[in-house]
Design a protein around this ligand. Sequence first.
Ligand SMILES: Nc1ncnc2c1ncn2[C@@H]1O[C@H](COP(=O)(O)OP(=O)(O)O)[C@@H](O)[C@H]1O
Ligand SMILES: [Mg+2]
Length: 344
Amino acid sequence: MSENLLELRNVSKVFRIGGLVFGTRLVAVDEVSLSLPAAEPSILSIVGESGSGKTTLARIILELEHPTSGDVLIDGHPLFEKGGAGLKGRDYYRAVQPIFQNPFEAFSARKKVDKYLFGAALRLNIAQNRKEAREIVAEVLESVGLDLARVEGKYANQFSGGELQRISVARSLIPRPKLIVADEPVSMIDASLRMNIVNLFLELKERYKVSFVYITHDLSTAYYVSDYIGIMYRGSVVEYGPSEQILTDSAHPYTELLLDSVPTVDHKWERGVKLPDIELNEYQAQACKFAKRCKYVQAICERTIPPMVRVSAERQALCYKPIDFDPNATVSQRESLESIKTES
Ligand SMILES: Nc1ncnc2c1ncn2[C@@H]1O[C@H](COP(=O)(O)OP(=O)(O)O)[C@@H](O)[C@H]1O
Ligand SMILES: [Mg+2]
């Protein structure tokens, strides 16, 4: 077994938008590196506002999109390396399962939803016959709080969004995956039911020893369930590490801003974070993308892209501030920061 269940190494995705002549490059995912240890199942939340590159990153992990550069390793197997063996075909589809944003798009209106469940069990050779498939389907449905008798024979439109998303979760469990990638799985569901589904991930993590990449624009839903959090801003992961460290002592000014807008006990959960729309030049600037909104901004932030700074053993932030403001910064950290400042 590899040390990491999931590892992203300098993953970038560049889209060309517009025509060939006047077109421009859009860096949707910008040099993202992070890893999820294999030792314990865990929940990694990727949090960022709309347009920050979360879905593109999820699609790359799900092998639905090729990165422009960089690599993704699942259990030590590189997915995109030229000539690499990767985790091809059936093995990959058993190890990594998706849950999408809109459960009504995940199931055709003309096919009974139980067909998807029995199909998954039989097609992936998980069940040897229909009887076994029934047992497996009944068990995964029970694990998401649903009864086979209640689900059988019905079409997607006979369920609520919340129920249908639970059925998507049940389906994703059938191949006994190691990793489930859920892209905004609760954003189309009634606000009052969202935490039920997110909390379900916690239960399933323990019961099935499955890890989750939980993608959300809403830090408040990630708050209680995450073991690790990656904060995305304009394609970059600007801070990454164990969630309690990030939530109690954020290193990146953008994380600080997000945390300031997270509802507390007496506020409603729905209150989201509203930031201005992205300007294209922010994707392209040779500077910190957050500089214009940062209350700690220094001249250097407008001239260079900050390095990923190791803030603690497991935590990193794409920012000069943790070194500048940290009384415990090492001599070599200070020296490298000074040399960047004088060079630029
Ligand atoms: N296929 C595509 N072609 C061109 N641009 C794209 C494509 N997919 C996504 N983008 C752009 O990449 C950026 C990141 O998008 P996305 O990954 O969907 O972000 P998020 O999921 O965080 O909202 C957006 O500006 C989006 O318009
Ligand atoms: Mg998205």
